[in-house]
Design a protein around this ligand. Sequence first.
Ligand code: AMP
Length: 185
Amino acid sequence: MRIVFIGPPGAGKGTQCGRLTEEFGIPHLSTGEMLRKTERDSPLGKIVASYIDHGRLAPDYLVLPIVTQRLSEADCSQGCLLDGFPRTVNQAEKLDQFLVENNWELDVVLNLTVPSEDLIARLLRRAEQENRVDDTDETIAARLEIFRNQTAPVLDHYKQQGLVKSIDGSNSPDEVFELIRQAVS
Ligand code: AMP
């Protein structure tokens, strides 16, 4: 099972991805997590942090090798859950290419939707709980705008391939997961 999970920041992707990977026994590939793991004091880490801390997308020359390297690891041979990637049409095209080269296909693209006023409230709550440097008023606004301008077109890319299933993410985590389970099966 190969799943791409798309949703704006704060939609609850992290929670649902945890449940999905457990249910289907596939690895969870979060590019945000991978990038945050880069040592902040290293030269590469400083570059990565300069994007994350301002809510901007890291450049493809940094992101694409991290993702393709991870996808090439043995545990991804039977499937994976991609969370936070692709975030631009260019990344989606690069992923298409990688999938073709490996004779793989995506099964579904999940589109988790939540009204933007709810997202802002959720993100501010998360900022208090998790102390994430990119959950400030300014970066939240920047990340939501990037989602609208750069990531929403990725959905159109996958709609053309007939892969998108939209899920209403405003319900409780249990209800959302039930909708996801129905969409995936
Ligand atoms: P996330 O945890 O998915 O919200 O990602 C946190 C941050 O990591 C984003 O705001 C970006 O700065 C960076 N990031 C994550 N995934 C990508 C990606 N696919 N392309 C570029 N930047 C990314």
